[in-house]
Design a protein around this ligand. Structure first.
Ligand code: ZN
Length: 252
């Protein structure tokens, strides 16, 4: 049994028995870690206070060799982002972010760039107005694709390299980005994206997150953005729009 010091974001938690929770933490040191947190009954005097979803905590956990589930030791809250949950829209989108991270990370593999990015995303989500969270989320999702190495080509045709600064375009996750109509492979019916939605995606890709999240779009543009990003996330990472948190979002 080894004792491991960590710093990490609580990205998931559910009750386990009457007084325990199983939590998933995105740690700086080990990537995704699952831990049993015992003795969290309301009113209990456990040190460290309750474990809040989205918070940055630091502490220790214990892990047996080969085991997947650790046991949380002592911890303290470093940054409390739990207030995000008081706004149903923010809660929905930040939960979706966490589900994407949870599905993308392999246990035991640190992802320093994504770790820092997650801290920025939580901090911005906490400050953001309800109506800004949608853009913030989609911009962050595109940046996750970039960090994972599946950066879609948005500026020129992936086949003939002809630049497309202003027009609508076809796109193909298999080919890795936008393509012009003459280069569509025979027998394929690729999806199309409007100039406006493509422009939004270019902003998400090139601007820092706080800048990219400043614009808002109409619902048909968000639909196109969603279809585009999910087609790449599905093809490269196996992430489907049927994620649990997206069912919740569609009910809002
Ligand atoms: Zn072309």
């Amino acid at each position: 049994m080894s004792q491991i010091a960590f710093r990490g974001y609580v990205i998931r938690g559910f009750s386990h028995g009457e007084t325990s929770r199983i939590i998933t933490i995105f740690t700086a040191e080990r990537g995704k870690v699952k831990c049993l947190a015992k003795g969290l009954k309301k009113g209990s005097s456990r040190k460290g206070g309750p474990i809040q979803l989205f918070s940055l905590i630091s502490g220790t956990f214990y892990l047996k060799e080969q085991a997947e589930l650790g046991t949380l030791g002592t911890y303290e809250t470093v940054n409390d982002y739990s207030q995000i949950a008081s706004d149903i829209y923010k809660f929905g989108f930040v939960s979706a972010y966490c589900e994407i991270i949870d599905k993308s990370l392999q246990p035991g593999q640190p992802q320093p760039e994504l770790f820092d990015f997650t801290g920025r995303f939580f901090a911005l989500s906490m400050k953001a107005k309800s109506e800004s969270i949608k853009t913030l989320f989609w911009a962050a999702f595109l940046k996750i694709l970039q960090m994972m190495g599946y950066d879609p080509e948005l500026d020129s045709c992936v086949s003939c390299q002809k630049p497309n600064p202003t027009h609508a375009a076809y796109y193909s996750p298999e080919l890795g980005g936008i393509i012009c109509s003459k280069d569509i492979p025979k027998g394929q019916v690729p999806a199309k994206i409007s100039a406006a939605a493509l422009g939004a995606l270019r902003q998400f890709a090139s601007l820092p997150l706080e800048e990219a999240a400043k614009s808002q779009y109409n619902s048909s543009i968000y639909k196109e953005i969603e279809r585009f990003i999910f087609s790449f996330a599905d093809y490269h990472m196996g992430l489907r729009p049927s994620l649990k948190s997206f069912k919740f979002l569609s009910q809002l």
